[in-house]
Ligand binder design. Sequence first.
Ligand SMILES: Cc1cc2nc3c(=O)[nH]c(=O)nc-3n(C[C@H](O)[C@H](O)[C@H](O)COP(=O)(O)OP(=O)(O)OC[C@H]3O[C@@H](n4cnc5c(N)ncnc54)[C@H](O)[C@@H]3O)c2cc1C
Ligand code: SF4
Ligand code: SF4
Length: 1001
Amino acid sequence: MSAAPQPHTDTSHLLQRRLRAETEGEVLFDLPSRGRYATDASIYQIIPQGVLVPKSERDIATALDIARDLKLPVLPRGGGTSQCGQTTGAALVIDNSKHIRHILDLDLERRQVTVQPGMVLDHLNAALKKHGLWYPVDVSTSAQATLGGMAGNNSCGSRSIAYGNMVHNVQGISAWLSDGALVDFGPLPNLGERARQIALFVEALARSHAGEIAAHWPKVLRRVAGYNLDIFDNQSERPYTTDNSVNLAHLLVGAEGSLAYTRSLTLKLAELPRAKVLGVVNFPTFRGAMQAAQHIVKLGPVAVELVDRTMIELALANPAFRPTMETALIGRPEAILLVEFAGESRAPLLPRLRQLVELMGDLGLPGSVVEMPDEAPQKNLWEVRKAGLNIMMSLKGDGKPVSFIEDCAVPLHHLADYTDALTEVFARHGTRGTWYAHASVGTLHVRPILDMRRDGAGKMRAIAEEAAALVRQYKGAYSGEHGDGLCRGEWIEWQFGPKLNDAFRAIKQQLDPLNLFNPGKIIDPPKMDDGALFRFPPANTPQPYRRIELRPKLDWSTWNVTNDPVTEAVSPPGSGGDSTGGFAMAVEMCNNNGHCRKFDAGTMCPSYRVTRDEQHLTRGRANTLRLALSGQLGPDAFTSQAMRETMDLCVSCKGCKRDCPTGIDMAKMKLEFQAQYKARHGHSLKDRLIAHLPDYAASASRLPWLFNLRDTLPGAAKLSEKLLGLSARRSLPRWRSDTFWRQAEPSRFADAASTIAAGSKGVVLFVDTFNGFFESENAQAAVQVLQAAGYTLHLLEKAGGQHCCGRTYLAAGMVDAAKAKLGALLDAALPLAEAGIAIVGLEPSCLLTLRDEALSLGFGAKAETVAGQAMLFEEFLAREARAGRFAPKLKPAGKPILLHGHCHQKAFGAVSPILEVLKLIPEAKPELIESSCCGMAGSFGYEAEHYDVSMQMAELSLLPAIRQAPDAILVADGTSCRHQIHDGAGRSAIHVARLLAQLLA
Ligand SMILES: Cc1cc2nc3c(=O)[nH]c(=O)nc-3n(C[C@H](O)[C@H](O)[C@H](O)COP(=O)(O)OP(=O)(O)OC[C@H]3O[C@@H](n4cnc5c(N)ncnc54)[C@H](O)[C@@H]3O)c2cc1C
Ligand code: SF4
Ligand code: SF4
């Protein structure tokens, strides 16, 4: 397959040498690094020659010179979120997103901004907000799409009916041509000599092809195919400029990096709408929604977006989206349209909502509109809509919704007939599609489910041909949003005809005669169904996709399934035929959409937020795992040093488990990796010391002075750093002899039978190693609070010590030892769990092991039963308070309360219960710190090699927020979070149990 790694040629070596010598950027030519840049969010994969992550514009200019000298192609890259393969190529990939991402100039008077190409849209809009402005091309990937990539693709947002596409909002582009010239593209009168020559050339082409343009150019807003030859003879429903003047920068918009390399972009800004109202129209039939769109747009909305029944069902099935989706529904609609009106203030918008209601009445659908005049519910619903594609991609099994005809645009009055006809096409090919997105502009996203490893390619071509015929019949555009790339490149000639295709070729020849920039895109593209270019090449290709043989240590069988493309029903766990037991299939769930590159709310992905490296990103890790598990990185790659480095900065925060739309659970993948890696390379002394902590904790606590010597004896910390790799800049948790276990008076606790007999007032307290031995106050406080509220407490003890969840062993890759510990804990907890007694824990990562890892270790129903009753202290109290069984008498705290949620609490939705419990304190208005991982993450932050990264993670938002609240009581339930807060801000944080105990009246 041409997707396979290519041997390094002499030129490639030379390229690498020169880049290292002549630029300051990161030069990445090892196979795993190149593999991480071989994919975008499409079905394709092409391993690049090498990767440069430039530090400066000078690096880019130098790299272009070197590439030109060596006649090697160049592929500019932003977030790599394209869906058509335009960001893949056997070229030198230059990644702008790490350093080339700044605002160069902001002109408030003229309402324009000049930015570097690697700047992310959301970051620009965050900077503009205080000026009441925004850049309104609001793509769904706004948190990771770069302005350079958006211009490359001529991207379009949900509100394009009001603001237009990228091409309507770019005012100037400064770009390098392949001969090294830096040229300013902009309004015709302002052009320099070189740009003027280009303009004259393109104008002559446009004039000589006027007839062809008039005959073949789609007359819709959403046409992004080919080059914008129509700048001299506008064909778009919305002219590219407001005064019909010509702007040469528009020629580069949508060129997919194949004409020039953008150095900077000048963008037209819009006033941030001060008010928005939303009407959600519920339709009993899908066709009804399609027919109504053309009438609704006449009311002047800024967006009309579709969500179909399947998407509604998927959203309802997701606990994170369900409550929001329910707010939009009346009964059980087959489709809903989100109709947004925006303006200066809310009052004049409300009559527009009424007009919508009246219109729907006139169209025979009275009572079908949910009116949302307030911003908060609107915002939530838009988030669900934005997550639409990702929700759809969470289907397990080899069949996946495939993007290739998903942004055909047709005139609105044909929308209903077009969607009906396409649905029939899908049915004929044994599949079906889920419809969503931009009804306002006739661009509906739809992805039939295909298995690209088997018969997908053939079906893809057949469906594409029939869809294309429909697009032609309805006078639409085949490529209306996501670009051409590899999957639609061959359709450019079909859409425009051979003469215009030759004109495009002439433009390419004029601007890039060396064919330096992203070759094979727009001009001379490959066949869309060339299986050798697929990420999963099928059996009929020279190197079909295969998976290595691997016996996993954890249970991955839920992913090892097949699915039915029509019903989406999945086969039983373990039946998918994966030679890695489902591990590879779990890894392959990553579709490269790049959502993990976000910096906003949520936890995912702290190591990327700190490093901005593709390697230290959930996507980068998933890609490296996929390449290794499919043998593309050579033998034993899965347990190689390169893989270790890739997994190294993953702090196992489980942020991706919750935030990744396809549910990539890298923390669990790291456990599997760690177990396999350690099985091959052995355990270090540090591994053993940390893993076996629960075993020696009781003995060590008898001689605390001895075990604390590391932090009391001068020089001992330095020595421990040398010998064990534990950072001398950290103090370790202090051993003490007054442990919870020594202080727990047996008479205060009930036996199992009495606890069961206590019914709803019985509780099992699972005291973990950390709260049992190091911070006993927390466990004592929990006992105090629970007993004061009348609960009968039972402790999970065993002969010779306390129970352990096995977490420290798992983290060190000692799966068997972890299983032994966990198995004993489950056995002890099972009878109580079976009796419906809550198993309550204090340390989030320990207790939640029962709800997470324990389910992947082959314990079967036993683990499920215990998991069903395992809850954190605050989850339990919140539940009890809701049921009226917990109403403690508390004194006011007298100070503000600031809460930091442990990552695992966030991953399991267990943060809001802490807030609920804190609100039981009179006058308390607890505030949650919007933070990612604290950076400590178990032993991670204690390790010398991770100290700096760990502190950088804490400095992302946690420590600054704490410093801003010098008087606040800090609540943090995680032992390591408290330690990090102490080390980083010199403040003490406490477990919620202690705060409650202190305030008991
Ligand atoms: C889940 C999902 C939802 C999406 N929703 C939308 C949507 O609502 N609307 C939409 O339009 N698209 C959407 N897309 C597609 C994609 O996110 C957008 O096109 C986005 O703008 C691409 O930005 P990027 O930074 O990832 O670009 P990249 O993929 O990195 O690059 C895109 C193209 O631009 C070129 N390029 C990048 N930088 C430069 C430069 N400096 N000079 C010249 N060329 C350059 C690249 O070579 C490539 O051809 C979606 C994709 C996904 C996965
Ligand atoms: S890891 Fe998840 S969020 Fe990141 S690219 Fe893959 S699927 Fe998207
Ligand atoms: S577990 Fe956390 S650090 Fe690791 S990949 Fe996921 S989000 Fe990133």
